[in-house]
Design a protein. Sequence first.
Length: 125
Amino acid sequence: MGSVVENGVTTAAGFKAVILVPSAANAGDQIWVEWMEPFMWEALQIVAVDVPADIFYNGLYGGLAWIWHELAYEVEEMARQAEIDQAHEEHVPNVAPQEGDEEPEFEGDDGNTGIINDEDDTGGL
């Protein structure tokens, strides 16, 4: 079994290294333990956790916002086309009768006509 402390630094397996006695002999360990390890753990967290989470969140939010925005244009265009199609279906063109067509039935004039005067808007002769 090896030593648990070397040059004033704990080296037990499975435990965090701790500088017990700062000295010139363990200056490299001081830099590693106090500066490099925390920096590397922070960098690992950013790369392994924060970046994928940001990519997922922003991709999901941005993607859904883009789809919603594009769907709004599609729905608007579909509504306009449906309105045009409905107008075309309901439209019956007035055409002049062609030769050989039946003559339309004429509803005779009953002699009553409406007039507009100063007292009211309807009247008769």
